[in-house]
Design a protein around this ligand. Sequence first.
Ligand code: API
Length: 270
Amino acid sequence: MKFVKMQGLGNDFIIVNDMEEKISLIKEQIRLLCDRHFGIGADGLMLVRPSKIYDIKMLFYNQDGTEAAMCGNGVRCFAKFVYDKKIVKKNQFDIETKAGKISPEIIDDKVQVNMGRADFNPQNIPVDIEKNKIMNEILSINGKNIVFSSVLVGVPHTIIEVENLERYPVKDLGPLIEKHRFFPFGTNVNFVEALDSKEIKMVTWERGVGLTLACGTGACAVATIMREKEKIKDRVLIHLPGGDLVIKFVNEDIFMLGPAKQVYKGEINI
Ligand SMILES: N[C@H](CCC[C@H](N)C(=O)O)C(=O)O
Protein backbone atom coordinates (compact mmCIF):
# COMPACT_ATOMS: atom_id res chain seq x y z
CA MET A 1 0.00 0.00 0.00
CA LYS A 2 1.42 3.39 -1.07
CA PHE A 3 1.21 6.25 1.45
CA VAL A 4 2.45 9.77 2.13
CA LYS A 5 3.52 10.95 5.57
CA MET A 6 2.55 14.57 6.35
CA GLN A 7 2.57 16.80 9.40
CA GLY A 8 0.89 19.99 10.56
CA LEU A 9 2.79 21.56 13.48
CA GLY A 10 4.12 18.13 14.40
CA ASN A 11 0.67 16.50 14.48
CA ASP A 12 1.50 13.80 11.97
CA PHE A 13 -0.52 11.64 9.63
CA ILE A 14 -0.46 8.81 7.13
CA ILE A 15 -2.43 9.71 3.98
CA VAL A 16 -3.55 7.03 1.55
CA ASN A 17 -5.00 7.80 -1.88
CA ASP A 18 -8.03 5.50 -2.07
CA MET A 19 -9.86 7.15 -4.98
CA GLU A 20 -10.49 3.65 -6.40
CA GLU A 21 -12.17 2.73 -3.08
CA LYS A 22 -10.32 -0.57 -2.82
CA ILE A 23 -8.77 -0.09 0.64
CA SER A 24 -10.59 -1.19 3.76
CA LEU A 25 -8.48 -1.24 6.93
CA ILE A 26 -9.71 -2.74 10.18
CA LYS A 27 -9.02 -1.00 13.50
CA GLU A 28 -6.07 -3.24 14.36
CA GLN A 29 -4.38 -2.53 11.00
CA ILE A 30 -4.76 1.25 11.49
CA ARG A 31 -3.35 0.95 15.00
CA LEU A 32 -0.38 -1.03 13.64
CA LEU A 33 0.28 1.45 10.81
CA CYS A 34 0.24 4.33 13.33
CA ASP A 35 2.48 2.51 15.82
CA ARG A 36 5.83 4.34 16.12
CA HIS A 37 7.81 1.11 16.62
CA PHE A 38 5.98 -1.61 14.71
CA GLY A 39 4.58 0.53 11.91
CA ILE A 40 5.04 3.83 10.06
CA GLY A 41 4.15 5.87 13.14
CA ALA A 42 1.59 8.71 13.21
CA ASP A 43 -1.07 10.45 15.31
CA GLY A 44 -3.66 9.47 12.73
CA LEU A 45 -4.45 8.10 9.27
CA MET A 46 -6.61 9.53 6.48
CA LEU A 47 -8.14 7.95 3.40
CA VAL A 48 -8.78 10.05 0.27
CA ARG A 49 -12.06 8.96 -1.29
CA PRO A 50 -14.36 10.41 -4.02
CA SER A 51 -17.41 12.35 -2.82
CA LYS A 52 -20.87 12.46 -4.37
CA ILE A 53 -21.72 15.78 -2.73
CA TYR A 54 -18.47 17.81 -2.56
CA ASP A 55 -15.09 17.89 -4.32
CA ILE A 56 -13.50 15.11 -2.25
CA LYS A 57 -14.13 12.98 0.85
CA MET A 58 -11.88 12.53 3.89
CA LEU A 59 -12.04 9.59 6.33
CA PHE A 60 -10.03 10.13 9.53
CA TYR A 61 -8.78 7.62 12.09
CA ASN A 62 -6.91 8.23 15.35
CA GLN A 63 -3.68 6.50 16.29
CA ASP A 64 -5.65 3.92 18.33
CA GLY A 65 -7.68 2.99 15.25
CA THR A 66 -10.88 4.76 16.34
CA GLU A 67 -12.62 6.85 13.68
CA ALA A 68 -13.14 10.57 14.35
CA ALA A 69 -15.39 12.96 12.42
CA MET A 70 -12.73 15.60 11.81
CA CYS A 71 -9.13 16.64 12.36
CA GLY A 72 -7.95 20.24 11.97
CA ASN A 73 -4.23 19.69 11.40
CA GLY A 74 -5.15 16.60 9.39
CA VAL A 75 -7.51 18.44 7.07
CA ARG A 76 -4.79 20.98 6.23
CA CYS A 77 -2.45 18.12 5.29
CA PHE A 78 -5.27 16.35 3.41
CA ALA A 79 -6.05 19.52 1.43
CA LYS A 80 -2.38 20.12 0.53
CA PHE A 81 -2.03 16.46 -0.54
CA VAL A 82 -5.06 16.37 -2.87
CA TYR A 83 -4.07 19.78 -4.34
CA ASP A 84 -0.39 18.90 -4.88
CA LYS A 85 -1.31 15.52 -6.41
CA LYS A 86 -3.88 17.29 -8.66
CA ILE A 87 -6.65 15.03 -7.36
CA VAL A 88 -8.51 18.33 -6.87
CA LYS A 89 -7.53 20.94 -9.47
CA LYS A 90 -8.49 24.15 -7.62
CA ASN A 91 -6.89 25.81 -4.61
CA GLN A 92 -10.20 26.42 -2.84
CA PHE A 93 -12.61 23.51 -2.50
CA ASP A 94 -15.01 21.57 -0.27
CA ILE A 95 -14.25 18.37 1.62
CA GLU A 96 -16.92 15.92 2.77
CA THR A 97 -16.18 14.82 6.33
CA LYS A 98 -18.26 13.09 9.00
CA ALA A 99 -18.40 16.54 10.66
CA GLY A 100 -19.93 18.07 7.51
CA LYS A 101 -18.47 20.35 4.81
CA ILE A 102 -14.98 21.71 5.49
CA SER A 103 -13.58 24.29 3.06
CA PRO A 104 -9.83 24.78 2.75
CA GLU A 105 -7.91 27.29 0.64
CA ILE A 106 -4.28 26.62 -0.30
CA ILE A 107 -2.25 29.83 0.19
CA ASP A 108 1.41 29.19 -0.82
CA ASP A 109 2.75 26.66 1.73
CA LYS A 110 -0.06 27.32 4.21
CA VAL A 111 -3.69 26.26 4.28
CA GLN A 112 -6.59 28.39 5.53
CA VAL A 113 -9.62 26.34 6.53
CA ASN A 114 -13.18 27.45 7.13
CA MET A 115 -13.94 25.08 10.02
CA GLY A 116 -17.59 26.07 10.14
CA ARG A 117 -19.36 27.00 13.35
CA ALA A 118 -18.90 25.69 16.90
CA ASP A 119 -21.82 23.77 18.44
CA PHE A 120 -22.47 24.49 22.13
CA ASN A 121 -25.43 22.11 22.45
CA PRO A 122 -24.42 19.50 25.09
CA GLN A 123 -26.51 16.87 23.31
CA ASN A 124 -24.37 17.29 20.17
CA ILE A 125 -20.94 17.49 21.80
CA PRO A 126 -22.04 15.22 23.66
CA VAL A 127 -21.81 15.93 27.38
CA ASP A 128 -24.09 14.26 29.92
CA ILE A 129 -24.96 17.43 31.85
CA GLU A 130 -28.44 18.98 31.81
CA LYS A 131 -27.50 22.53 30.76
CA ASN A 132 -27.88 24.70 27.62
CA LYS A 133 -24.14 25.34 27.46
CA ILE A 134 -21.15 23.72 29.15
CA MET A 135 -19.35 26.79 30.47
CA ASN A 136 -17.36 26.84 33.73
CA GLU A 137 -18.76 23.53 34.93
CA ILE A 138 -16.97 21.46 37.56
CA LEU A 139 -15.72 17.91 37.46
CA SER A 140 -13.80 16.34 40.30
CA ILE A 141 -10.89 13.98 39.87
CA ASN A 142 -9.04 12.44 42.84
CA GLY A 143 -10.69 15.07 45.08
CA LYS A 144 -9.47 17.94 42.85
CA ASN A 145 -12.24 20.22 41.46
CA ILE A 146 -11.55 21.19 37.85
CA VAL A 147 -13.43 24.02 36.08
CA PHE A 148 -14.11 23.17 32.44
CA SER A 149 -16.06 24.21 29.36
CA SER A 150 -16.95 21.93 26.44
CA VAL A 151 -17.85 22.58 22.81
CA LEU A 152 -18.07 20.64 19.53
CA VAL A 153 -15.76 21.80 16.74
CA GLY A 154 -16.06 18.80 14.49
CA VAL A 155 -15.10 16.62 17.46
CA PRO A 156 -15.72 17.02 21.21
CA HIS A 157 -13.39 19.40 23.06
CA THR A 158 -13.06 20.24 26.72
CA ILE A 159 -11.18 23.39 27.70
CA ILE A 160 -9.46 23.92 31.04
CA GLU A 161 -7.79 27.24 31.85
CA VAL A 162 -4.67 27.00 34.01
CA GLU A 163 -2.33 29.56 35.60
CA ASN A 164 0.92 27.91 34.52
CA LEU A 165 0.83 25.38 31.69
CA GLU A 166 4.40 24.15 32.25
CA ARG A 167 3.63 23.17 35.84
CA TYR A 168 0.16 21.68 35.28
CA PRO A 169 -0.19 17.83 35.52
CA VAL A 170 -1.45 17.45 31.93
CA LYS A 171 -0.26 13.83 31.55
CA ASP A 172 -1.97 12.76 34.77
CA LEU A 173 -5.29 14.54 34.28
CA GLY A 174 -5.59 14.30 30.47
CA PRO A 175 -6.47 10.59 30.28
CA LEU A 176 -8.80 10.77 33.29
CA ILE A 177 -10.79 13.68 31.81
CA GLU A 178 -10.74 12.13 28.30
CA LYS A 179 -12.71 9.17 29.63
CA HIS A 180 -14.70 10.95 32.35
CA ARG A 181 -18.33 9.79 32.77
CA PHE A 182 -19.60 13.23 31.60
CA PHE A 183 -18.36 12.39 28.08
CA PRO A 184 -20.13 9.30 26.68
CA PHE A 185 -17.89 9.22 23.57
CA GLY A 186 -14.82 10.66 25.30
CA THR A 187 -13.36 14.12 24.73
CA ASN A 188 -10.18 15.87 23.64
CA VAL A 189 -8.78 17.84 26.60
CA ASN A 190 -7.20 21.27 25.99
CA PHE A 191 -5.16 22.93 28.73
CA VAL A 192 -4.95 26.69 28.18
CA GLU A 193 -2.88 29.57 29.55
CA ALA A 194 -4.19 32.94 28.32
CA LEU A 195 -1.23 35.30 27.79
CA ASP A 196 -3.34 38.32 26.81
CA SER A 197 -6.34 39.16 24.61
CA LYS A 198 -4.32 38.36 21.47
CA GLU A 199 -2.19 35.34 22.42
CA ILE A 200 -2.84 31.97 24.05
CA LYS A 201 -0.65 29.00 24.96
CA MET A 202 -2.20 25.53 24.92
CA VAL A 203 -1.49 21.82 24.90
CA THR A 204 -3.93 19.02 24.08
CA TRP A 205 -4.40 15.53 25.41
CA GLU A 206 -6.14 14.07 22.36
CA ARG A 207 -8.89 11.47 22.45
CA GLY A 208 -7.56 8.25 20.93
CA VAL A 209 -3.96 9.51 20.80
CA GLY A 210 -2.69 11.15 24.00
CA LEU A 211 -0.42 14.21 24.17
CA THR A 212 0.18 15.69 20.69
CA LEU A 213 2.37 18.58 19.49
CA ALA A 214 -0.70 20.37 18.15
CA CYS A 215 -4.46 19.99 17.80
CA GLY A 216 -6.21 22.05 15.11
CA THR A 217 -9.81 21.51 16.16
CA GLY A 218 -8.59 22.00 19.73
CA ALA A 219 -7.14 25.40 18.87
CA CYS A 220 -10.45 26.36 17.25
CA ALA A 221 -12.36 25.13 20.30
CA VAL A 222 -10.09 27.04 22.69
CA ALA A 223 -10.48 30.24 20.66
CA THR A 224 -14.26 29.72 20.65
CA ILE A 225 -14.53 29.32 24.42
CA MET A 226 -12.12 32.20 25.17
CA ARG A 227 -14.11 34.43 22.80
CA GLU A 228 -17.33 33.32 24.51
CA LYS A 229 -15.75 34.38 27.81
CA GLU A 230 -14.79 37.70 26.14
CA LYS A 231 -11.08 37.06 26.88
CA ILE A 232 -10.21 37.45 23.20
CA LYS A 233 -11.81 39.22 20.27
CA ASP A 234 -12.16 37.91 16.69
CA ARG A 235 -8.50 36.99 16.07
CA VAL A 236 -5.98 35.12 18.23
CA LEU A 237 -2.46 33.71 17.87
CA ILE A 238 -2.28 30.30 19.50
CA HIS A 239 1.06 28.85 20.60
CA LEU A 240 1.13 25.04 20.60
CA PRO A 241 4.19 22.88 21.38
CA GLY A 242 4.61 22.18 17.63
CA GLY A 243 4.14 25.77 16.46
CA ASP A 244 1.56 28.53 15.98
CA LEU A 245 -1.92 28.74 14.52
CA VAL A 246 -3.91 31.88 13.72
CA ILE A 247 -7.61 31.52 14.46
CA LYS A 248 -10.12 34.17 13.40
CA PHE A 249 -13.88 34.50 13.42
CA VAL A 250 -15.86 35.85 10.49
CA ASN A 251 -19.39 36.23 11.79
CA GLU A 252 -19.63 32.84 13.54
CA ASP A 253 -17.47 30.84 11.12
CA ILE A 254 -14.07 29.78 12.50
CA PHE A 255 -11.05 30.22 10.19
CA MET A 256 -7.78 28.42 10.95
CA LEU A 257 -4.51 29.26 9.14
CA GLY A 258 -1.47 27.03 9.45
CA PRO A 259 1.18 24.90 7.71
CA ALA A 260 0.96 21.45 6.12
CA LYS A 261 4.14 19.67 5.02
CA GLN A 262 5.02 16.37 3.35
CA VAL A 263 7.70 14.47 5.30
CA TYR A 264 8.18 11.48 2.96
CA LYS A 265 6.33 8.96 0.82
CA GLY A 266 6.57 5.20 0.98
CA GLU A 267 5.05 1.78 0.46
CA ILE A 268 4.16 -0.81 3.11
CA ASN A 269 2.84 -4.37 3.06
CA ILE A 270 -0.27 -4.61 5.28
N1 API B 1 -8.21 12.98 18.37
C1 API B 1 -9.35 13.73 17.83
C2 API B 1 -9.28 13.80 16.29
C3 API B 1 -8.03 14.52 15.81
C4 API B 1 -8.04 15.95 16.23
C5 API B 1 -6.71 16.68 16.10
N2 API B 1 -5.59 15.92 15.62
C6 API B 1 -6.87 17.94 15.27
O1 API B 1 -5.88 18.43 14.70
O2 API B 1 -8.01 18.47 15.22
C7 API B 1 -10.64 13.05 18.24
O3 API B 1 -10.69 11.84 18.37
O4 API B 1 -11.64 13.77 18.40
